[in-house]
Structures are given as C-alpha cells and as structure tokens.
Ligand binder design. Structure first.
Ligand SMILES: O=C(CO)COP(=O)(O)O
Length: 246
C-alpha cells in the first residue's frame, strides 16, 4: 500500500495573530499537491483562529495534550477540548519537551496511548542527541523510545512517527539522506515487530533543518514518508516543501 506523503509544520513558540494570519492566507491561496497530507501546528493560543480561517483540506495540530479527560490540571489541554475545536492532531514527545520540560518516555507514551484511544492523531517524535549518535547509540536510543510506546499498546493507525535527530533541529545541520534513510529503515523494521500491517502503513517523517533545497532528495528515500518542518514552516517556502515530493 502506498503511504500518503505527510508534511507537518511545527511553529513551536513562534508567531503572532498577524504573522499566523499571513501564513494561513498564503496556504489558502497556494496550489498544493493533493497527494500530500498537510497539518500545521501553531501555539495553543492560535489553534482556534487557525482552524477557523484555514482551508479545510489542511488539518491543525496541537503541540501537546494531556492524558486526563478534564479537571484540576492547570495549564493543560484535553483531547476532548481539542476535538471540540476541530483540532484533529497533536504532536507528542518532541525533543524540546523531552529535554527542556523533562518529559520521560513513560509520560510521552502514556499521553500517546490516551490521545490515540480517544481518536486524536499523534505525530510522535523520537531522536538521538549528538553525543548518543557519536557513541554509536542512535538505534538503541530510538528503540528504547519505541519500546516504551509499544508497551502501552496505542492505536497505531492514529500514529505518524517523526524521526528528529536533536543535533539537526534548528541547527541548519540536516542529516544526510543516507543517515536519515538508515534510521527510517531501522524504525520500519522495528515496526514489523508490532505487525506487518503497522510497518507497511505507518508514515515515518524526517525532521531537522528541512528546507526547500534539501527536501527533494530526502523525499526520494523509500522509507521517508514526509517531513516535520520547524523554522521553514513559518516561511512562504513551506509551500515548496509541501510540493517537493514527485
Ligand atoms: O523540531 C523540528 C520540527 O518539529 C525541526 O525544526 P527545524 O526545521 O527548525 O530544524
């Protein structure tokens, strides 16, 4: 089965009402490859206006979600609140939340299980630090993150995996196509341990300094099914990344 190419834009903690309005207007008027699934993820404050004004074929994602239905959890947002606002995806386990906010594998896996069981799509992120790569531990680090997720038995049909080497995020230092493909292949092989169907159908995105110049080559790799784009998703060239896959 051909996997539909997927391009996510992670705005992180960037943007204002007016700059996000500009991004939305640019996406609304651009010609976009209809074979590509596009999801953008503004900061939580801007989720609703983004959803309201963005063309309907593009979905909107939160950057985080909590694993309880409601209650005394100051600062958190629930899955049902997102769905109530027509926000159909969330990012979980981004390395910035793992390292800066201290989210463990256990926390990320639990939230992913809760979100997928309750019908939200999850862009689930994994990746190694430069130290871990240089020590030859890339695959073992990612396997540990994946094993933790598998132990919760999430709904894999709702998960898109984003491989984001931490050393490539926001640094301009993109992984080589071979480095990316090798890890994506290892993830694909690991997914076979869940089931052949999950391995065949799960999209594996690459993230880390993706731009309009490097996306073409990366997109040709057999196990790269799309991108999770940070900085370049805030620029008009994001459209070129969406359309880069031939
Ligand atoms: O972290 C990322 C997307 O989630 C990647 O960010 P950059 O594209 O800015 O390197």
């Amino acid at each position: 089965m051909a996997r539909k190419f997927f391009v996510g834009g992670n705005f992180k903690m960037n943007g204002t009402l007016s700059s996000i309005k500009e991004i939305v207007e640019n996406l609304n008027k651009s010609e976009l490859d209809s074979n590509v699934e596009v999801v953008i993820s503004p900061p939580s404050l801007y989720l609703l206006p983004t959803r309201e004004h963005l063309r309907k074929e593009i979905e909107v994602a939160a950057q985080n979600v909590f694993d309880k239905p409601n209650g005394a959890f100051t600062g958190e947002i629930s899955v049902s609140q997102l769905k109530d606002s027509n926000i159909t995806w969330t990012i979980l386990g981004h390395s910035e939340r793992r390292t800066i906010l201290g989210e463990s594998d256990e926390v990320v896996s639990t939230k992913t299980k809760y979100a997928t069981d309750n019908g939200l799509g999850v862009i689930w992120c994994c990746g190694e630090s430069l130290e871990e790569r240089e020590a030859g531990n890339t695959i073992s680090v990612i396997t540990k993150q994946l094993d933790s997720l598998k132990s919760k038995n999430p709904d894999w049909s709702k998960i898109v995996i984003a491989y984001e080497p931490i050393w490539a995020i926001g640094t301009g230092k993109v992984a080589t196509t071979q480095q990316a493909q090798d890890v994506h292949k290892a993830i694909r092989d690991w997914l076979k341990g869940v089931s052949d169907k999950v391995s065949d159908e799960t999209r594996i995105l690459y993230g880390g300094s993706v731009n309009e110049s490097n996306c073409g080559e990366l997109s040709k790799q057999p196990d790269i099914d799309g991108f999770l784009v940070g900085g370049a998703s805030l620029k008009p060239a994001f459209v070129k990344i969406i359309n880069c896959h031939q």
